[in-house]
Design a protein around this ligand. Structure first.
Ligand SMILES: *Cc1c(COP(=O)(O)O)cnc(C)c1O
Length: 421
């Protein structure tokens, strides 16, 4: 073992870290269940993370004590529900450091946030305009732009990655030009774990006159995010990968941009006045929030963010980094294992293939051992194509994972090699 692995393992298995993680694990009821008679080892956090008791209780308490539709009623319940929902918006605002609360639009998740921008902001695009994405994008940050290109006549450009899974900055810069209207890129790749140098990429895109949307679905649970510091124009994320509920997410947009954009869905809450002759629209952010939202989800997302804040993102990042370093070094030493995604700046994701064993078979053997990982293309088929594989096995870490769980994973991989080797 080299120094780095010893250091990482030491950090992740230091008694104080172990005690802190053991304490945090108590907050997650699902971590106490078994799968096939084995303790659950949950390493599918990039698909969705588990929920702490405070988030589960927050949703239940809403339905038990507050349930009412918001923004409409004069009765007490409606007012209290509205206050709780709007307080969650302030929590989100502080979490990603936006200048104004109107810049936080509640949506269903990252996918819906990106579709909102493609549909609404996209109305300003003309034939010949260009949209630049990267080769490492999730399908949610590819397909809405393809649809927009079909509607508008704009052209989709793709900045390539290298064989470590890093964005090729030279190519990215070359692809930016006077026709580039919009750049959409991920902060943290869900298939590779690569962290993009977003601040620098935003500056380059702005210099070319393009607006930038950042897909923060993975990043928000692993990195402190300050949208003003990044200076991105839009930032999208989901609650459910951040220890919060499914069905709730956030679109941040700079107020001046959101203000100038047309609504994308019509209905209740997004209007000021409706007649059959014409309708005027509500102020930000409500202009983009048609219909009754996921009220309980929004409030519980606030609870999830408070929980993450209590643990502290820097501490979470340091712990996950130690786990990833340990898992990477161990995996790199295993015969027949190929790591997919070896960027210098990475977080929380170990993606790999096992020679001679199909990823789904690896996943099945791991499941027998109680280990939950994702196998497949991870909604990033172009990434799979780049590396010439149909699928990978992906283990992804969260604040409650341990070195012992990584060891269970590694043992189960060896078992898969024996069974199928
Ligand atoms: C999960 C994910 C999405 C999609 O998020 P939804 O919650 O399914 O809308 C988009 N981009 C990345 C990088 C993701 O990891």
């Amino acid at each position: 073992m080299n120094d780095r692995i010893i250091e990482s393992t030491a950090r992740a298995s230091a008694p104080e870290t172990k005690r802190a993680v053991a304490r945090l694990r108590q907050d997650f009821p699902i971590l106490h269940r078994t799968v096939h008679g084995k303790p659950l080892v949950y390493l599918d956090n990039a698909a969705t993370s588990q929920k702490p008791q405070c988030v589960i209780e927050c949703e239940a308490r809403y339905y038990a004590q507050l349930n009412a539709n918001i923004h409409r009623g004069v009765h007490s319940l409606s007012q209290q529900a509205t206050e709780a929902y709007e307080a969650a918006r302030d929590t989100v605002r502080r979490f990603i450091h936006t200048e104004r609360r109107e810049e936080i639009v509640f949506v269903r998740g990252t996918t819906e946030a990106i579709n909102l921008v493609a549909t609404s902001y996209g109305q300003g695009l003309r034939p010949g305009d260009e949209i630049l994405i990267t080769e490492m994008e999730h399908h949610s940050n590819i397909v809405p732009w393809q649809l927009l290109c079909e509607r508008s006549g704009a052209v989709l450009r793709v900045a390539p990655i290298d064989d470590a899974g890093e964005l090729r900055l030279d190519a990215f810069e070359r692809l930016l030009g006077p026709a580039t209207r919009l750049v959409a890129l991920t902060h943290l790749s869900n298939a590779l774990g690569t962290i993009n140098p977003v601040k620098r990429l935003v500056a380059l895109a702005h210099a070319a006159g393009a607006v930038v949307l950042v897909d923060g679905a993975q990043a928000v649970a692993h990195l402190p995010v300050d949208v003003q510091e990044l200076d991105c124009d839009f930032y999208a994320f989901s609650g459910h990968k951040l220890y919060g509920p499914t069905g709730i997410g956030v679109l941040y947009g700079k107020a001046a941009l959101l203000d100038a954009m047309p609504p994308w869905q019509g209905g209740g809450d997004m209007i000021r006045e409706v007649t059959f002759a014409r309708t005027s629209y509500n102020d930000l952010p409500y202009k983009f929030e048609a219909g009754t939202p996921h009220i309980a989800g929004g409030i519980a997302l606030g609870a999830a963010i408070d929980y993450v804040g209590m643990v502290g993102l820097p501490a979470i990042a340091a712990h996950e980094h130690a786990l990833l370093a340990y898992a990477t070094e161990q995996a790199a030493g295993m015969a027949g294992l190929r790591l997919i995604g070896t960027a210098r700046d990475k977080a929380s994701i170990l993606s790999f293939t096992v020679e001679g064993v199909h990823p789904h078979d690896v996943g099945t053997i791991l499941d027998d051992e109680g280990v939950a990982v994702r196998t497949g293309h991870h909604c990033a088929m172009p990434v799979m194509a780049h590396f010439g594989v149909p699928a990978t096995v992906r283990a992804s870490f969260a604040l409650y994972n341990t070195v012992e769980e990584v060891d269970v994973l590694l043992r189960a991989i060896r078992r898969a090699q024996e069974v199928f080797g």
